[in-house]
Design a protein around this ligand. Structure first.
Ligand code: ARG
Length: 401
């Protein structure tokens, strides 16, 4: 039987050309796999037809939008995942769900090899291959753009020579990856760190300088899961989509950073994640009133480690799984409503309420009703500072001798 290769197919120029390239380089039949993670654009059926038109023997398409929202975006929200304090892991989250479908397709169509269209300089190659190795240890990975040195010029030349059903004239200087959790834009003039992003690179967000009237939204959570907007119960996918629309209209969630890639390169990245940033802000504020202090402090550290693991392509690792269990446990009382005003690029929390809140008015108030015995603070401070005080007097004694 002819060998078969499953290819992660986007419908774009590189992966369209890769179909023929893989066939020529390896003699294998290509099965194109397209996964919908809410990236928008063309329909899966259009992409399927193009894959077949470019020479794929089969095309497997999967609508993974709900699966992605519930199984990947939601854990990131529970972790308040922001890599280096900024980046909500947009691309890093989609790779593992795509990997799952690649491996499923490899099983279904009897393929021995999985191919992806990443270059050799980024994180995504690592995420794909580590994921595939983990879920399908018997599978081999190839990366035509990297391993067969498929450059853009060569891809255009190949597509034209073979009359492939793909546009080759559209010249986009950026490398873009997008899904329902956000959008990543790299390269082009952004490689000069001093260049400010121009308007044309944004798609999920409107310019925050000229916002429409403020938009107030109430986000309801149940055990860390967003379940309703303005009292209307929605699926997680719908909540993210709706907040992308509403927060995007206010220019919320634009991020311009230089980030540390796993491969050791620092790179300029521009992201747009209006829904994700609004949800993370609201979720964090609800945790602030419902999670006990020591648990919250430790969770911040655990969440950061979780984020680094996911960024570094370790979605399927044992440590990530253990941290998921810890993070899930912290969410037991994270239920309630957060009111957010979206305006001019900012998602500002203006109110919170929860039946499981730890906020005690009678302890916090400076007005009538105060139940806090302030005289007890004096002794507490004495003991709390004791250890440092003893050490300090030792230091002064030695410095003076
Ligand atoms: N730097 C981000 C990450 O590593 C985004 C990568 C997006 N990929 C792309 N081809 N533009 O997760």
């Amino acid at each position: 039987m002819t060998d078969r290769v499953v290819l992660a197919y986007s419908g774009g120029l590189d992966t369209s050309v890769a179909i023929g390239w893989i066939d020529e380089a390896t003699g294998a039949e290509v099965i194109a796999v397209a996964v919908d993670v809410g990236q928008g654009g063309e329909s899966l059926e259009t992409i399927r037809q193009r894959a077949l038109g470019c020479g794929a023997v089969e095309a497997y398409v999967a609508d993974a939008r709900d699966e992605f929202a519930e199984g990947y975006c939601l854990p990131a929200l529970k972790a308040n995942a922001l890599y280096q304090g900024h980046y909500p892991l947009v691309s890093a989250l989609s790779r593992p769900v795509i990997v799952k479908h690649l491996v499923a397709a490899a099983r279904q169509f009897g393929a021995s090899t999985v191919a992806h269209g990443c270059t050799g300089k980024g994180n995504d190659q690592v995420r794909f291959e580590v994921g595939i190795q983990t879920l399908g240890p018997d599978l081999t990975c190839i990366a035509p753009v990297r391993d067969l040195a498929l450059t853009r010029d060569k891809a255009i030349e190949y597509a034209e020579r073979n009359d492939l059903p793909i546009e080759t004239t559209k010249k986009n200087p950026y490398s873009i990856d997008q899904n329902v959790w956000g959008r990543a834009v790299e390269t082009g003039y952004l490689e000069d760190l001093w260049n400010a992003p121009t308007k044309d690179i944004y798609d999920y967000t409107a310019t925050p300088e000229f916002p429409p009237a403020p938009d107030e939204v109430i986000i309801s959570f149940r055990e860390g899961v967003p379940v309703a907007l303005d009292g209307v119960e929605l699926s997680q996918l719908q909540i993210i989509q709706e907040l992308n629309r509403r927060a995007g209209a206010q220019g919320v969630g634009r991020i311009d950073v230089v980030e540390d890639r796993l491969v050791g390169i620092k790179s300029r990245e521009v992201y747009e994640a209006p829904g994700a940033m609004t949800l993370i802000t609201a979720h964090k504020h609800l945790e602030d009133i419902t999670v006990e202090r020591e648990q919250a402090r430790f969770k911040a550290t655990a969440g950061q480690r979780w984020t680094e693991l996911v960024y570094d392509g370790q979605w399927f690792s044992p440590l990530k799984r253990s941290l998921d269990a810890f993070i899930d446990d912290t969410q037991r009382y994270v239920s309630g409503d957060i009111r957010v005003v979206l305006h001019g690029g900012v998602a500002q929390v203006t109110g919170r309420r929860s039946d499981t809140s730890l906020y005690d008015f009678n302890l916090a108030t400076y007005d009538i009703g105060d139940t806090f015995d302030q005289s007890q603070a004096k002794g507490f401070i004495e003991l709390w500072g004791m250890s440092a005080k003893v050490a300090s007097s030792r230091d002064q004694r030695i410095a003076g001798s």
